[in-house]
Write a protein that binds this ligand. Structure first.
Ligand code: NAD
Length: 304
């Protein structure tokens, strides 16, 4: 079935260029009304150019779509609230939030200043929380919402020199896990995109053959699926060059050390068994883990 966004209102952050621009154009081409947010910052987050979002708004309007620009800094709660207020006064609803704005301040942890660490966390994590938080009551009231957080292989798997970025990007998964649970009863679905694309953020890092294959437009179809009417929820979708894969978090079944005193030596001696992937499973929430441990402890002590 064709995926359409007619009558849906979407906010895409950092949509003046790169992946955000591609996502915004993809949504607009399928009928969504767009808020093009962009601070117009350099890749390291410095500077500001209020006209950064204007070109994309122009592109959408020229193609017959509807769009407005907003230059909010996503890390600034008051500016974000102003953006959401303007969205509501223009169209009266917000159905889709694509948290995409991002910056880099790479350095090995030994050389990184805490100011650079905090700045990256502020834009990615606090920025995503600000925008989603401002739209949350609207989505709850509407009983409809689709939220995407943008993670990265750096956050999921690590990348040398990106402790700030990797931590902020891994935090997207934590935010998604909780918002998925809290949003479910109001038909709010929350997913995470982990893209690899050629943009100004990565053009110097990727070998040229790979760079040609990894255009942002190869990723946007995955994003469109994650914010569609029949979207899944709590999915981490990796995407790049037309390749799509899902990252999942499993816990091994584990073991119970029930023989009297529980010692570090026993943990060390049992580590292979603790790590055995047979019967590993995804857990529904934090209490599923607590219940599992309590059950195993009780069984091992003959209490069941
Ligand atoms: P990009 O630099 O091309 O675009 C980022 C946009 O965000 C810019 O237009 C910038 O002005 C805007 N921005 C920065 N700070 C902002 C702020 N505080 N408020 C509002 N807008 C702000 O980068 P991109 O490659 O398109 O990255 C988009 C997202 O995808 C980022 O979150 C990035 O971390 C993530 N990502 C990208 C890649 C990749 O390979 N390009 C890989 C993994 C994750």
């Amino acid at each position: 079935m064709e995926i359409r966004f007619d009558d849906r209102v979407a906010i895409v952050t950092g949509a003046g260029t790169g992946l955000g621009r591609s996502h915004a154009l993809g949504l607009a081409a399928r009928g969504a009304k767009l808020v093009i947010n962009d601070l117009g910052a350099a890749t390291d987050g410095s500077g500001r150019n209020e006209s950064a979002a204007g070109a994309v708004v122009h592109e959408i309007r020229k193609a017959g779509g509807e769009a407005i620009a907003h230059g909010a800094d996503v890390s600034n709660e008051a500016e974000v609230q102003d953006m959401v207020d303007k969205t509501l006064s223009e169209w009266g609803r917000v159905d889709i939030v694509v948290n995409n704005a991002g910056i880099l301040r790479d350095k090995s942890f030994a050389k990184m200043t805490m100011a650079d660490f905090r700045k990256v966390v502020d834009v990615h994590l606090i920025g995503s929380a600000n925008v989603t938080h401002a739209c949350w009551p609207v989505m709850r009231e509407q009983k409809y919402g689709r939220v995407v957080l943008t993670s990265s292989g750096s956050g999921l798997y690590g990348n040398f020199g990106q402790s700030n970025y990797g931590a902020a990007k891994a935090a997207m998964v934590g935010l998604m896990n909780v918002l998925h649970l809290e949003g479910a009863r109001d038909n709010i679905r929350v997913n995470t995109l982990a893209p690899t694309a050629t943009t100004r953020m990565t053009e110097d890092l990727l070998p040229s053959e790979a760079a040609q294959l990894l255009a942002p437009e190869t990723i946007t179809p995955g994003l469109l699926f994650l914010v569609s009417e029949n979207a899944p929820s709590r999915v981490i979708l990796g995407a790049g060059g037309g390749c799509f894969a899902q990252t999942r978090i499993y816990e091994t079944e584990g073991i119970e050390l029930a023989s009297g005193e529980i010692t570090a030596e026993e943990v060390a001696a049992s580590f292979a068994e603790i790590s055995d992937p047979d019967e590993q499973a995804e857990l529904h929430d934090a209490f599923s883990q607590t219940r599992k441990y309590a059950r195993k402890a009780a069984e091992a002590r003959g209490m069941n």
